[in-house]
Design a protein around this ligand. Structure first.
Ligand code: ZN
Length: 292
């Protein structure tokens, strides 16, 4: 089953929303980075959030980067979304130890840490990117994304994210939703949404029960009703290329390149976001040196 996200609007037009099933994206991320369960959940939640945020941003050729540094054992989490919501990501330490809140419930906050920041970098295809940053609340990611929108973009938001890792460490389900109130939303809309969020429960529970992203929005919005808009298939997608790796190598500078060339050995460069390895022979490095 392919991952996709769906956008919608409440019947009254006061709530903008998106929901996603990201199971395959998180499976692919776990495969690439060979993550342990806590890292799978933390990176998976970030990828899920980034896909929805990138899709909502909708700037042609733009991108959205979400970076979390919480001081926990996972180090830094970096995820990037394209304008459709295709994402890629990496973490400093993919092999973090298992930490559970109780048996069967991963403690993502302990893995991420709470002493740090969530930063959003929006490349809106203007001169400078837009950069916003907030202090982490819980390191559970969903709360932190919510806090980011409220504090940094002054947009009342509810964000729920879930990654369910099975006993054999495989990804069972992953997904999430993001709701945003538009200006002028009456208080009773907020109350009804809050009640709907409570009633719907955890995203992983809904996905496990076979609910689609459309069903999830329907559950959360209840009698507010949802008008569904576009649906977009999304996947784990990296944009690396040999040319990009070459320019990265050139930017290392002549001295470092000379040292690599003088070693006289093949020089493999692995992409930080996917499992592609670019091989460079000493002759390739010499050629780059001429261009450096
Ligand atoms: Zn790549």
């Amino acid at each position: 089953m392919k991952d996709y996200l769906v956008r919608g609007m409440s019947m009254d037009g006061f709530v903008k929303m998106v929901a996603i099933r990201s199971t395959e994206i998180v499976r692919r991320a776990a495969e690439i980075h060979n993550t342990t369960p806590n890292a799978t959940a933390a990176l998976g939640r970030c990828l899920t959030a980034a896909s929805m945020m990138g899709n909502m941003q909708k700037v042609e050729n733009g991108s959205m980067t979400l970076q979390i540094r919480g001081g926990g054992p996972i180090g830094t989490i970096t995820v990037v979304s394209d304008p459709e919501g295709n994402v890629r990501g990496c973490v400093t330490e993919p092999h973090v130890p298992l930490v559970e809140k109780f048996p069967g419930k991963l403690d993502v906050g302990a893995t991420v840490g709470t002493d740090g920041t969530l930063t959003v970098i929006r490349d809106l295809q203007m001169k400078e990117p837009y950069i916003g940053s907030v202090q982490l609340i819980s390191g559970e990611i969903g709360d932190d994304v919510t806090a980011y929108f409220v504090q940094s973009e002054q947009t009342p938001t509810a964000c729920a994210l879930g990654v369910l890792v099975d006993r054999d460490q495989s990804v069972k389900v992953a997904g999430g939703y993001l709701l945003q109130l538009l200006p002028g939303a009456p208080d009773d809309v907020i109350d009804r949404l809050e009640a709907g969020i409570q009633r719907a429960g955890a995203v992983t529970k809904m996905l496990e029960a076979g609910l689609t992203p459309e069903d999830i929005l329907g559950q959360v919005c209840g009698d507010l009703g949802v008008v569904f808009m576009e649906t977009t298939e999304v996947s784990y997608k990296c944009y690396c290329s040999r040319e990009r790796v070459e320019s990265a190598l050139i930017s290392l500078g002549k001295q470092e390149l000379t040292e690599i060339a003088e070693e006289g050995k093949p020089f493999p460069v692995e992409c930080q976001f996917c499992d592609t390895v670019y091989e460079f022979t000493p002759e390739d490095i010499q050629k780059l040196l001429k261009n450096a």
